[in-house]
Ligand binder design. Structure first.
Ligand SMILES: Cc1cc2nc3c(=O)[nH]c(=O)nc-3n(C[C@H](O)[C@H](O)[C@H](O)COP(=O)(O)OP(=O)(O)OC[C@H]3O[C@@H](n4cnc5c(N)ncnc54)[C@H](O)[C@@H]3O)c2cc1C
Length: 372
């Protein structure tokens, strides 16, 4: 008898789909080429410090959706962590995102909200009609703040001049004329109290789900239709089509570990000028401030270019890559009994709550045709 679903990829896209399918009575085989579950959300306890480390970079769960928040809370409790990022520029440290405290520190003032807004209005480039990242920030904040906090950080992060980056990327960054330094605007936020891996393990804890790790899609490519009714592919879409339109471009990240007792004194510190080539440091013990540690571990984060074959992290969206993805997406539409979901299959940046929502939507849509 055929298994209902073969799911490639044990990240949140594949795991959410597997969990929903199993709870609806379907049988699932879930596989990943990596030796662990969780995809890029994977976390583990560092032996030396006992700190829960987010292996692929710091992950803070946040959402405005009650549905998603209630769903993840079925599998873990969350602590009260609130992301308050610091930024180091010109040998001084400020709060991020830019808020009233940042502005008062930066300009050496004690502005009220209205005075700060008036000051920014006097220094921003009002005449400019923004068409890219740089122009958007110059138009909203002026050159001094742009160069201190955005220009070099963005150049390091994306590896291109900010004039080549779309406005949509800049619009994601909040600018506040009050003392709220919470990085996110969402209603719900936190870190799973026992780590992401335990949360994901509990999502997979169902008799209908069989997990096999260290297996690449290549193992199933030729013959999966003989043993499975439907394929859910969460790997890179160009990989599925054997790169027949080329390799999709990505930014990647490399992490360098630093050990000590106290390292940066905060979960995340951005380095927004060019004196360091890394973009930020993260000290993971601060993600669980409710716990005490004698030792600590932090990571320096170095970006670089890659393609979908080697540690793809942030999709590089430009006219060429968008056209290439579109060609793959057109091919995908013609595939029978295959669902493509997740950051790699959809060539887009997804936060965790968004990828869970995307998987839920794809599952619900499929149920309209399959029923059960
Ligand atoms: C540095 C960093 C920081 C982040 N911070 C946050 C944050 O603070 N908050 C937030 O909400 N989100 C954050 N995210 C985003 C979050 O990681 C993603 O939303 C989530 O991981 C996407 O899940 P996914 O299943 O689509 O992809 P992935 O987690 O990448 O899972 C895909 C899986 O498929 C497997 N796979 C791929 N191809 C194959 C193949 N051919 N055969 C077998 N297996 C295959 C991969 O090994 C991988 O395990 C961050 C991401 C990064 C990189």
């Amino acid at each position: 008898m055929k298994t209902d679903f073969l799911i490639i990829g044990c990240g949140l896209a594949g795991v959410t789909f597997a969990n929903l399918a199993a709870e609806h009575g379907y049988t699932v085989r879930l596989t990943d080429r990596r030796a662990h579950i969780g995809g890029n959300c994977y976390s583990y306890k560092d032996e030396e410090s006992q700190v829960e480390v987010h292996k692929y970079g710091p992950h803070i769960f946040h959402t405005n959706s009650t549905k998603i928040w209630e769903y993840v809370n079925r599998f873990t409790a969350f602590n009260n962590y609130v992301n308050r990022v610091k930024a180091r520029t010109g040998n001084r440290v400020y709060g991020m995102p830019i808020n009233l405290h940042t502005l008062n520190q930066f300009f050496g003032k004690d502005f009220t909200p209205a005075e700060a807004e008036k000051h920014i209005d006097s220094i921003r480039d009002k005449e400019l009609k923004p068409t890219n990242f740089e122009e958007y920030v110059l138009h909203n904040l002026g050159r001094e703040l742009y160069e201190a906090f955005y220009k070099y950080y963005t150049t390091k992060h994306w590896g291109v001049d900010p004039t080549e980056i779309p406005i949509s990327t800049a619009k994601r960054l909040p600018i506040r004329f009050n003392y709220n330094d919470n990085y996110f605007n969402d209603q719900f936020q936190g870190i799973p109290v026992n780590g992401y891996t335990e949360m994901i393990q509990r999502m997979l804890d169902h008799k209908n789900i069989h997990v096999s790790l260290g297996e690449d899609f290549e193992l199933y490519r030729a013959g999966w239709r003989q043993n499975f009714k439907h394929l859910v592919f969460t790997g890179s879409i160009d990989n599925y089509f054997n790169y027949n339109n080329g390799y999709l471009p990505y930014r990647t990240l490399r992490f360098e570990a630093v050990r000590g007792k106290e390292i940066i004194g905060n979960a995340v510190m951005n380095y927004t000028d060019m004196s360091e080539s890394f973009t930020r440091m993260h000290e993971h013990k601060w993600f669980t401030p409710e716990r005490k540690f004698d030792k600590s571990i932090a990571f320096k984060e170095y970006p670089g270019n890659t393609d979908s074959r080697k540690n793809p992290i942030y999709p590089i969206r430009n006219p060429d890559s968008t056209a290439m993805f579109q060609a793959y997406n057109d091919q995908a539409k013609a595939e029978e009994n295959v669902t493509f979901v997740g950051r790699l299959a959809e060539f887009r940046y997804y936060d965790m709550h968004q990828v869970i929502a995307a998987s839920m939507t794809k599952f619900e849509k499929l149920m309209e045709t399959y029923g059960k």
